[in-house]
Write a protein that binds this ligand. Structure first.
Ligand code: AMP
Length: 223
């Protein structure tokens, strides 16, 4: 089964994907994480991508599509995966179809802007294991120290207020059209992203079951 997680920055796509990974052993493919890894490794493409990311703009398709195409070709993806943050535009959705990917369901996460901004400004990520915390809703026991691995936490450059408003604007302008695109194909389900991550996760599970992908369908991803 192949799922797409759509939604504005801060809506919790990464957190819910991580829960799916933990529960079902599925593969999560986050375009944002792939880009950040490319930057950390010092690749030329990463240096170019960072200029766009720091300003809250979308990275050119040539970079993102290549990265996704290479990732989904890896053997661990053969039983299915969750695309988190890709596609972000109708053009990318069409490019994804061109890669031969048949998407089963698109989950569109929705939340008020004011709540999104609050979540983003509180987001802290472990440098070592990548676990996502939130200073308000999911704080660490010790300030800025990861509960899992004692790694140091950091605030993403593009989670700073100046980039956040731009990212929300980009989402409204580009990604909203994508919702319409998948809506016409009757592939989309809307998920209320308010409340705790456990509540949102349960809503996702319910939607997946209602769509005919019962637990066994999801579990088959791990086989
Ligand atoms: P995310 O981690 O999903 O919030 O993505 C962080 C940033 O990476 C975005 O604001 C974009 O600059 C870039 N990015 C992530 N995914 C894509 C994509 N599918 N297309 C273009 N840029 C992307």
């Amino acid at each position: 089964m192949i799922l797409i997680f759509l939604g504005p920055p801060g809506v919790g796509k990464g957190t819910i994907s991580a829960k799916m990974v933990e529960r079902f052993g599925v593969v999560q493919i986050s375009s944002g994480d792939l880009l950040r890894a490319t930057i950390q490794l010092g690749y030329e493409e990463g240096i170019e991508a960072k200029m766009y990311m720091d300003r809250g703009n979308l990275v050119p398709d040539s970079i993102v599509n290549k990265m996704i195409n290479e990732r989904i070709a890896k053997p661990d993806c053969k039983n299915g995966f969750i695309l988190d943050g890709y596609p972000r535009t109708v053009k990318q959705a069409i490019d994804l179809e061109g890669m031969g990917v048949n998407v089963d369901k698109v989950l569109s996460f929705v939340l008020d802007d004011s709540e999104l901004v609050g979540r983003i400004s509180g987001r802290r990520i472990c440098k070592r294991c990548g676990f996502i915390y939130n200073t308000r809703t999911n704080p660490t026991k010790e300030i800025d120290v990861c509960d899992n691995c004692q790694g140091e936490l950091f605030l993403r450059d593009d989670d700073r207020p100046e980039a956040v408003m731009q990212r929300l604007d980009v989402h409204r302008e580009k990604t909203a059209k994508l919702i319409e695109y998948y809506g016409k194909k009757k592939m989309i389900a809307t998920i209320d992203a308010s409340g705790t991550s456990d509540e949102v996760f349960e809503r996702c599970m319910q939607t997946i079951k209602e769509a005919g992908y019962c637990d066994c369908g999801v579990t088959s991803l791990t086989q």
